[in-house]
Design a protein around this ligand. Structure first.
Ligand code: GLC
Length: 739
């Protein structure tokens, strides 16, 4: 270690041990300025360069040309790169180690769409905290999560990674993850910097086809896509990632309105902005940059601090400075953001990871239990004819289907560091509860070879019930994995239909990365449990739900479609001038030679009608819940008021269970057309069988604000409606007015 660096470390350490656990920002800013003043231009540019795992990372680090690495999770390799940076480079600035820790590190939780289905921010925050404890023990101090992209089109493979279609739910889940990852003290060795992504509008890709162009108005950005980013930044998110897509012709990575006007000037973000993988260089393909040098100029001047894998910064910024195309002040500000992050994380005081303890907490019993609880709460009961579930009378069951024992695929997308050997599958777990006959029927989700189906059908003859586990291999969702059709792949539907012919009770468990179009499969089974890739402990969670040890409470975080052709479809849509009115004439009911306007003129499809298969917020239980005595404290409010909504919730069935009660509001008339409904609150209410609880929501009128015709964030006076219900399509409206 260089003498100068040693002295610096001693100085920082000395200062560090006398300051509070979280060094105050003015102290950090002083350190940043001191260090910045010593840096050459080359060293500054080096901090702006992020490189993915590879053999020569130590060379990059020793030369000072490396600010961060990604895709290294071996603690010894990480320490080697860190030693090269700290002990060989001139100023010894530690590198920031990053990884896509998206829904767990080793202990894999349900994919984020599944975590959203819990409607339980506390269980999601706990999951993020556990992910941070496991990942930081390997040396990772920065995760590229939470993904906040609002998703209204299940054809897009990355719906798996987000919190679905609703802005309010997106906010709750994103903030929970930021808090879980970062903890209370950024310098705590288990604190992992969060990265809110992908800024912005990535989920609105036309056609649900990844990376595709988006056309989103400023008003829609502000009302739908921005809120979760703003909320997470207000909650302390330390970094942000730009998105691959363009918004109305401007690639986000080169959009100064987004990265400077909104992010820095309007929101006061003082964290660090990183590009997505080569998203700077991809502005050439967009036709927005002439070449790599131009892309670096555009990205840096737009407000990007760190370049992930385009190498445009390290190769061209020096020329661009010399040509006056980039101001030194811009570089200094970018490097300030990077150094501030490293000081906040305590990297200068603790650059190394303790290799001996890397796996000490991995798969700790409390981690596995938390992952199981999250998987239990994330499962959605979509159908339960004749109360087939829970299977309390069955002794001998057939377990079948390509997802029944899929240890790798059950982990879902972005489970880089999950280890399939630790996955508990439904087959493994159900063997502890029943006399199980196992016949896969199909070997993987895309399998079209039906040769295994007869054996499964024959095996069904001798059992009390059948559990069919179908869905998607992990690779069928996630980045760049989009589908134009959403039916179960391969011969899975045939497997279900053939088993249904046996007359046995059929329970279908869908393990997938997105809402699939499963209407035809619902007709061929008694019960369906939907489990978005539930992770390491998914099998135990599913067994708990099938046996009745646990009761389903999950709710759909995205609308389930009847057909992919209905996409994009989302509950909180604006009303059209010709809304469907439920009297639409469907394809097979149209008379011959029907006159042009004889079917009426409303917004629907001749083949599928209008409605979805299941609405947002939907999910059954093993009991029933009744909402009654729903009241609001006034019928007229002013902006400073809080609307007090009270209601009684009764568990009118025979089992103790949890309901996710939801609060929706509609602004009937606005200076711009408004959504027909918006989620404004939810709460998980546990009720014993027969119990009634008096519950309440408190909704500040200020939370009815939106960006209006004049692009002002205001509550517009007028008439509103409000619902308290168990999903977005139920309940009776209450009227109130804002004066
Ligand atoms: C990927 C993804 C992004 C991820 C990054 C690093 O392309 O778009 O979400 O964090 O590259 O792996």
């Amino acid at each position: 270690m260089k003498l100068k660096h040693l002295l610096l470390c001693c100085l920082f350490a000395a200062v560090g041990c006398t300051t509070a656990t979280t060094t105050p920002d003015n102290e950090i800013d002083r350190k940043v300025e001191e260090l910045l003043a010593q840096m050459t231009l080359r060293e500054k540019i080096g901090q702006m360069n992020q490189v993915s795992g590879g053999a020569n990372l130590c060379d990059w680090a020793a030369s000072g040309d490396l600010g961060s690495i990604l895709n290294c999770v071996d603690p010894a390799e990480i320490n080697a790169v860190q030693r090269a940076a700290v002990e060989q480079s001139r100023l010894g600035i530690p590198v920031l180690v990053s990884r896509d820790v998206i829904h767990g590190f080793r202990t894999i939780f349900p994919i984020p769409l599944g975590m959203a289905a819990t409607f339980d921010p506390a269980v999601v925050e706990q999951g993020a905290r556990i992910a941070a404890v496991e990942a930081t023990a390997s040396g990772v101090r920065w995760t590229f999560s939470p993904m906040l992209d609002i998703a209204r089109d299940p054809r897009w493979g990355r719906v798996a990674e987000g919190s679905g279609e609703d802005t309010y739910l997106d906010v709750q889940m994103g903030v929970a993850m930021v808090k879980g990852y970062q903890g209370d003290d950024y310098a705590d060795p288990t604190s992992m910097a969060a990265c809110v992504k992908h800024f912005v509008g990535y989920g609105a890709a036309e056609g649900g086809r990844d990376y595709n162009t988006t056309m989103i108005s400023e008003r829609a950005l502000r009302n739908v896509y921005f809120p979760a980013f703003k909320a997470c930044i207000d909650a302390g998110a330390l970094t942000l990632m730009t998105s691959f897509n363009d918004v109305d012709g401007l690639p986000s990575t080169g959009n100064s309105w987004l990265l400077d006007d909104i992010l820095r000037k309007e929101w006061g973000f003082d964290g660090m902005v990183v590009t997505d993988w080569n998203s700077a260089g991809e502005m050439i393909a967009h036709g927005y940059a002439e070449d790599l040098k131009h892309s670096a100029e555009l990205a840096v001047n737009a407000g990007v601090d760190m370049d992930m894998m385009s190498f445009g910064f390290i190769e061209h910024i020096e020329e661009l400075i010399n040509e006056g195309k980039i101001e030194m002040q811009t570089i200094d500000n970018a490097v300030r953001n990077i150094l501030r992050l490293k000081f906040r994380l305590g990297l200068f005081e603790n650059p190394y990871v303790d290799e001996a303890k890397a796996r000490e907490k991995v798969y700790a019993p409390e981690h596995l239990e938390a992952a199981k609880q999250c998987a239990v709460e994330s499962a959605i009961l979509l159908q339960n004819n004749n109360n087939v579930l829970p299977l309390t009378d069955a002794k001998r069951i057939l377990v079948t289907g390509p997802m029944a024992n899929a240890q790798f695929d059950q982990l879902g997308t972005w489970a880089f560091d999950g280890e399939e050997a630790y996955t508990v599958t439904p087959l493994m777990a159900l063997r502890d509860d029943y006399d199980v006959v196992y016949e896969p029927g199909l070997t993987y989700s895309r399998d079209t070879n039906k040769a295994g189906i007869p054996a499964a059908v024959r095996a069904a003859a001798g059992v009390d019930a059948v559990v069919v586990c179908v869905g998607e291999e992990a690779i069928l969702s996630g980045e760049a994995h989009c589908l134009s059709q959403l039916n179960l792949q391969g011969a899975q539907s045939e497997l279900i239909a053939e088993l249904n012919k046996t007359g046995k009770p059929i329970v279908v468990v869908v393990i997938a990365g997105r809402p699939l179009t499963i209407e035809r499969d619902l007709a061929e089974c008694d019960a369906m449990l939907y489990s978005f890739h539930p992770g390491t402990m998914g099998g135990e969670a599913i067994a708990d739900l099938i046996t009745g040890r646990a009761v389903p409470s999950g709710k759909t975080p995205m609308t389930f479609l009847r057909d992919a052709g209905q996409a994009p479809f989302y509950y909180n849509h604006p009303m059209t001038g010709r809304p469907n009115n439920g009297t639409e004439t469907l394809l097979n009911d149209i008379p011959l030679k029907a006159g042009q306007t004889s079917l009426g003129c409303t917004s629907y499809y001749l083949d599928t009608g209008y409605g979805p298969l299941f609405p947002f917020g939907y999910g059954l239980s093993y009991t029933t819940f009744d909402y009654s005595c729903i009241t609001i404290d006034k019928t007229e409010y002013t902006e400073g008021d809080v609307i007090v909504v009270e209601y009684d919730l009764t568990n009118s069935g025979k089992v103790d269970a949890t309901e996710v009660a939801q609060l929706y509001v509609r602004d009937l008339v606005g200076s711009v057309v408004r959504p027909v409904k918006e989620l404004k609150g939810f709460e998980r209410v546990y009720l014993k069988a027969g119990e009634t609880k008096h519950c309440r929501f408190e909704l500040p009128v200020a939370e009815l604000a939106f960006w209006n015709r004049d692009m002002e964030y205001v509550v517009e006076p007028g008439k509103f409606q409000l619902w308290v219900a168990g999903d977005s399509a139920s309940g009776e409206a209450l009227a109130f007015e804002v004066k």
